[in-house]
Design a protein around this ligand. Structure first.
Ligand code: 5GP
Ligand code: ZN
Length: 113
């Protein structure tokens, strides 16, 4: 997709702090760092949101979400996670390339509701 920022990160056309990559998907740090280690998992192919992605890709991405969360738990000592995807503007989606947020939680008052 032309002009899709996450396609550009997936194709290594612009830099991202990549923490995991394979043929199907990639995990990289979110610019905003809602909490320390806030990570996005994206498919390399362009799908606008969760209802567009095929089952095989989605299942693989969830395995990667689990792997990355385990890594964040071990390395950053996260105490828990919010794992979410926003679909369409009405739900807060701002980048229209499917992505799953992994937001590590450390304390009840760490700034993310
Ligand atoms: P959404 O609001 O669509 O669920 O989430 C989009 C996320 O992408 C936001 O948390 C935002 O900080 C992140 N983001 C937007 N542009 C970039 C970028 O160029 N690089 C990275 N690493 N994250 C981005
Ligand atoms: Zn894209």
């Amino acid at each position: 997709m032309d002009n899709c920022i996450f396609c550009k990160i997936a194709n290594h056309e612009i830099p991202g702090k990549i923490i995991y990559e394979d043929d199907i998907c990639m995990a990289f740090l979110d610019l905003s760092q809602t909490t320390d280690g806030h990570t996005l998992v994206i498919p390399k192919n362009h799908y606008a949101h969760i209802l567009e992605v095929d089952n095989q890709t989605l299942a693989h991405m969830m395995e990667v979400v689990q792997k990355v969360a385990l890594q964040l738990q071990n390395q950053l000592h996260a105490k828990g996670f919010n794992i979410i995807t926003n679909m369409n503007e009405v739900a807060g989606q701002t980048v229209h390339h499917f992505h799953i947020h992994i937001i590590p939680r450390y304390n009840r008052d760490d700034g993310f509701q």
